[in-house]
Design a binder for this molecule. Structure first.
Ligand code: DGT
Ligand code: CA
Ligand code: CA
Ligand code: ZN
Length: 588
């Protein structure tokens, strides 16, 4: 254990105490101890072993005990206690240049800002300057510091990179002599975040492409340039690598630069066993003759395999499955018939009317949409009376739509701290689709949280567990809970798990989807749209599911409406009716 780790631990405790606006005296004590350890000429662990921590100048007995526990276990109770009380998104604010604990505590308390994204939004919208000691200049500085923080952080959520990648690809295709242009790398594999964007172009005139690239819209600076490649940084901070490939090698390069590295290594090893060499230039036999290279599927064929979808290329058994002819027939966006988690303006954090949502859903080809606004525990959430009125409204609008699309009644009901649902079960039982979600008290321990969720799943009126882990990519960790136990109960109760397609949620994750499928729990992929435009986000959920090896038949909202309704009705336990998994077709 390095002294620096102890220093970081003490500093974090001080930060967290300051964020909570606890005694400045305590904060100072931790800062001083951190400074002492930082300037110590010997490893602090040696002092710990000799029981001499208490003898350090300026380190009191409490702090010495924390250091001792940290040296022994890698953490300490006080740190964990504080971490449980401050959202990780708030601590993250401190990593933005110019935002100290005082500012972070202020924006957290006054504006309820708990993520870097929300801070940026508040800086841009002018909300921030309403705070004391916060002028327009300072707000602007914070907004640009957020940009630098993101660039430094490295990874960007997929949805922040994809539109830029797609726009650049479209422009590259317009350059004379370019026959193909595609994005490869983690973006093509649809990972939830990407480190950088890798673009590939097929052309026999690389200099033309390399010269045009830095002048494309959105590019801020040129990082590197060679005869056939170039790297730039976009104004958003995102790095983009470009490679120009001769057409006869394009398929091999596409395969190579799509990765993942683990997949590439596995494929290359397989090729070697067959006396072949795979590189980004092509597949070559023992005599050095090119046997494949122009098309990606030929690369796979050369090593005796069918083409493997990029989302599966993580070195997690895809080669074995391909070899055995057992690749999944992955779900596609076109398979999605319904969207079962959609907020209308009846939710305080959402903005579209039922008519606007219906129109947007129709354009996207959805056949049915469940309107699932928040229940009473959320700010201005629906109580029983307002829910009943809202249901009548949904039915009235639905009648006018003549099935294009069908509007279903529903609710996103809070799972309260004790696992009870936020509204009476008899009321919920009248709705077409009930999404149950955790929105509060994230800091329970895993056992309590698991029980809380299990209790809700046992209610007999829930159809789907909404955003099951509660995580927000890059700003809120998942709450701890026992996923396998939740899956087991979901299976027994015939409850589906949601793949929440909000790009900052993507919850379940890809690997959790794969686990759900393996144990026979059905999924529902839903947009959790808070305005009509968000309905498009369903595709992000489909990609996550694809990365989890999910097929259309694993996802309930690929079913035609009549079958979907039947499935939901059967999954619901009503008095005097015993539900069995077999009946609902949920057994493997
Ligand atoms: P990222 O950018 O961190 O989100 O992840 P990738 O997968 O896009 O990685 P990147 O951009 O470093 O490289 C793109 C692809 O190039 C990667 O997926 C596989 C291939 N590649 C890069 N370096 C190596 C390597 O050392 N060995 C092998 N076999 N492949 C590599
Ligand atoms: Ca990349
Ligand atoms: Ca790269
Ligand atoms: Zn929710």
């Amino acid at each position: 254990m390095e002294n620096a780790e102890v220093v970081a631990m003490l500093g974090e405790i001080a930060d967290l105490l300051e964020l909570k606006e606890e005694s400045p005296f305590k904060v100072r004590a931790y800062r001083r101890a951190a400074q002492v350890v930082d300037t110590l000429p010997v490893p602090v662990s040696e002092l710990g072993q000799r029981g001499e921590l208490g003898g350090l100048p300026g380190v009191g007995p409490h702090t010495a005990a924390r250091i001792a526990q940290f040296l022994e276990t890698g953490t300490c109770d006080e740190l964990e206690r504080l971490r449980g009380q401050v959202p990780s998104g708030v601590s993250e604010l401190l990593r933005v240049e110019g935002v100290g604990p005082k500012t972070a505590a202020l924006v957290w308390k006054e504006l309820d800002i708990t993520s870097v994204d929300a801070l940026e939004e508040a800086a841009r919208s002018g909300e921030l300057i309403q705070l004391p000691r916060m002028g327009p200049k300072r707000a602007k500085a914070i907004a640009s510091a957020v940009g630098r923080y993101r660039a430094r952080l490295g990874r960007v959520p997929l949805h922040r990179a994809l539109p830029y990648a797609e726009a650049l690809v479209a422009r590259l295709r317009e350059i004379p002599g370019v026959t193909q242009a595609l994005a490869a790398g983690s973006l093509r594999r649809r990972m939830e975040t990407v480190g950088d964007v890798d673009l590939l172009v097929a052309s026999t005139e690389p200099e033309k492409v390399v010269r045009a690239f830095p002048n494309l819209p959105g590019v801020a600076s040129l990082l590197a340039r060679g005869p056939t490649r170039s790297s730039v940084r976009l104004r958003t901070g995102l790095q983009v690598d470009l490679r120009v490939i001769p057409p006869e090698s394009f398929g091999a390069a596409l395969h190579y630069f799509t990765g993942s590295k683990a997949h590439n290594i596995a494929l290359r090893t397989r090729a070697v066993r067959r006396g072949l060499k795979v590189s980004e230039y092509g597949v070559f036999d023992a005599k050095g003759r090119r046997v494949a290279g122009e098309r990606e599927e030929d690369v796979f064929r050369a090593v005796g395999l069918p083409w493997i979808p990029p989302e599966l290329r993580e070195g997690l058994g895809e080669l074995e499955a391909a070899e055995a002819g057992r690749l999944p027939e992955l779900i596609e966006e076109e398979d999605m018939r319904g969207d079962l988690h959609v907020h209308s303006e009846a939710s305080s954090d959402a903005s579209s009317s039922l008519e606007e949502l219906a129109a947007a859903a129709r354009k996207l080809g959805r056949r049915y949409v469940a309107i699932t606004d928040h229940s009473r525990s959320r700010p201005q959430g629906l109580d029983e009376a307002r829910l009943r009125a809202h249901v009548r409204h949904i039915r009235r609008v639905d009648r006018g739509l003549h099935g294009r699309p069908h509007l279903l009644t529903g609710l996103e009901v809070d799972i309260l701290a004790d696992g009870a649902l936020d509204l009476d079960e008899e009321v919920l039982a009248e709705l077409d689709c009930v999404v149950a979600s955790v929105h509060s008290r994230f800091n329970m321990d895993a056992e309590e949280m698991t029980e809380r969720i299990v209790h809700a799943l046992r209610s007999g009126v829930v159809h789907v567990l909404g955003h099951p882990s509660g995580r927000l990519i890059g700003s809120r960790d998942p709450y701890p809970f026992d996923l396998e136990r939740v899956l087991e109960v979901a299976r027994e109760e015939g409850v589906a798990l949601e793949v929440n397609a909000q790009p900052e949620r993507l919850d379940l994750t890809d690997q959790a989807c794969r686990l759900a499928k393996e144990v026979g729990v059905k999924l529902m992929i839903s947009s959790d749209a808070h305005n009509a435009r968000h309905l498009e986000n369903l595709r992000y959920g489909v990609w996550v599911a694809r990365r989890g090896w999910v097929e259309a038949r694993d996802v309930l909202n690929t079913l035609p409406l009549s079958e979907f309704r039947r499935r939901l009705r059967r999954a619901r336990r009503v008095p005097g009716y015993t539900w069995t998994g077999e009946e609902a077709g949920l057994s493997p």
